[in-house]
Design a protein around this ligand. Structure first.
Ligand code: AMP
Ligand code: ZN
Length: 460
């Protein structure tokens, strides 16, 4: 099965070939852990997780190394910790744990490793020294800066020319920069801020954000990785600058494939903490099963924007209910010979196409009796295989219908009041409404039992 991926670096879809099929490497710029992750952050993680699952399927689970970093030192973290009056590590450890829990609830597999920026200060220093020695970096007013004019191909990922950067630099350029586009590799720490002194070749201080990823990639995965992922907002300047640092220091390409996911938006705006329009994964999980949220995120192709809405969640839940009903009726767990997955997922992760086939099939299968057709079981199995690859349908159907899977459907109070209404409309011989209510219960898989003490109910 050949996997093709859109490579943002060359702006083309190409067959994916790892340098070493026994050790396929992928790196995803993870979260800055100072508060709860929002659903836009989750989108980036879910896209990476699907790719991770696809690569594991092709190359074998033990042959794919996925690193998702934790940025555990930066301005926002320092500010948040100071405001709360807690040590930085306490804050970052707490939110790193919540981040992992939230993503696990969305069925994201744990990455092979989760390197932390603060564990890679020495490796960052090595890159800085290399760049200083090559006269690509310079020291000014306690900072170490990367001189963008020293790299001929600077801007190749984003397609920005240095002149564009200068023209676009409306903000005042710091006096210590030689060129407006120069970026910080290392900065001085203010009094009371965390500070490191890893080398006598440059002053003490703390790392610039871009440098962290270059150091972690080199240390954990190697000079050149197969795939680098992240949200489209990171393309410039973050990824551009990762490329600049790593490629000038190592004299090798940083990544063979660059995969960027598009934005998740609220209305017309990108969801972001700074805009204050965020929906937190943590909050959504109180009302919705993680699989519902995951499916809602997977409905659009990763290179298209998603406009977030409750309708998206409701629709996803209804579809998953149908899918789980088929899973339940076909007892797919007993399958031994599984068919290959639908090929669309290998075509630049065309998940929406896979989903449209799946939901067409679930509808069809839902209306057929078990074993009424010789190939029914096989076709059902197809749903199962694809579900695993997409990280959906991972629960036992019983569990799904009993518990969380029902979230977003009828609440207990709503069920009680519908039961009361049902008794009333039956007494009034209002059969159409009684039928309607029966339909709602059937749809929600709620089973009523009429006894001498009234009607009791349970989730089916
Ligand atoms: P951050 O915590 O801001 O460093 O972001 C973590 C990941 O989420 C990065 O890959 C970002 O590009 C991605 N990301 C942030 N906001 C959005 C959004 N609204 N839509 C899609 N991806 C996003
Ligand atoms: Zn990064």
């Amino acid at each position: 099965m050949e996997l093709t991926l859109y490579n943002s670096l060359i702006r083309e879809k190409r067959p994916f070939k790892p340098a070493d099929p026994k050790r396929v490497t992928m790196y995803n710029c993870g979260s800055t852990v100072y508060s709860y992750a929002h659903i836009g952050n989750a989108r980036a993680a879910v896209v990476a997780d699907v790719l991770f699952r696809v690569l594991r399927h092709i190359y074998g689970e033990e042959h794919v190394v996925y690193a998702r970093n934790l940025t555990d030192i930066d301005d926002k973290i320092i500010k948040a910790a100071a405001e709360l009056g807690v040590p930085i590590a306490e804050l970052t450890e707490k939110y790193a744990r919540i981040y992992n829990e939230d993503l696990a609830a969305l069925n994201c597999l744990m990455p092979t490793m989760q390197p932390k920026a603060t564990d890679h200060i020495e490796q960052m220093a090595d890159i800085i020294v290399e760049l200083l020695d090559k006269d690509i970096a310079y020291i000014a007013e306690g900072h170490v800066l990367f001189d963008v004019t020293k790299m001929e191909t600077y801007g190749k990922l984003s397609g920005r020319k240095l002149d564009d950067n200068l023209a676009g630099a409306r903000v005042e350029v710091a006096s210590y920069k030689k060129n407006a586009g120069d970026f910080v590799l290392w900065r001085p720490s203010k009094k009371d801020e965390a500070s490191w002194n890893p080398s006598n070749k440059f002053p003490p201080g703390r790392p610039g954000w871009h440098l962290e990823c270059s150091a972690m990639i080199k240390e954990q995965l190697g000079d050149t990785i197969d795939i680098h992922l992240g949200g489209i907002d990171l393309k410039f300047p973050h990824h551009e600058n990762e490329i600049a640092q790593s490629e000038c220091a190592n004299e090798k390409p940083l990544a063979n494939f660059w995969v960027h996911n598009e934005f998740l938006n609220m209305g017309k705006d990108k969801m972001s903490k700074s805009k204050g329009n965020v929906v937190l994964v943590h909050d959504l999980l109180k009302d919705w099963d993680g699989e519902v949220i995951r499916l809602a995120l997977l409905k659009a192709h990763y290179r298209s924007e998603v406009v977030w809405s409750d309708d998206l969640l409701r629709e996803s839940k209804t579809q998953l209910d149908g899918w789980y009903r088929v899973k339940k009726s076909l007892e797919l767990e007993d399958l031994i010979d599984l068919p290959p997955p639908l090929h669309f997922v290998f075509d630049d992760l065309n998940v929406p196409h896979v989903l449209s086939v799946i939901f067409g099939l679930t509808e069809e299968l839902e209306h057929k009796q078990e074993n009424s057709e010789p190939d029914l079981f096989k076709r059902g199995a197809n749903l199962h295989v694809n579900a695993n690859l997409l990280g959906l349908l991972q629960k036992d159907p019983e569990e799904w219908f009993r518990g969380q899977g029902k979230a977003g459907g009828l609440t207990d109070d709503e069920i009680e009041s519908l039961i009361k209404e049902r008794a009333e409309v039956r007494a009034a011989k209002n059969w159409p409404r009684a039928d309607e209510i029966r339909g709602v219960f059937a749809e929600e898989n709620i089973i009523l039992e009429d006894g001498k003490d009234g009607t009791t109910w349970r989730r089916g």
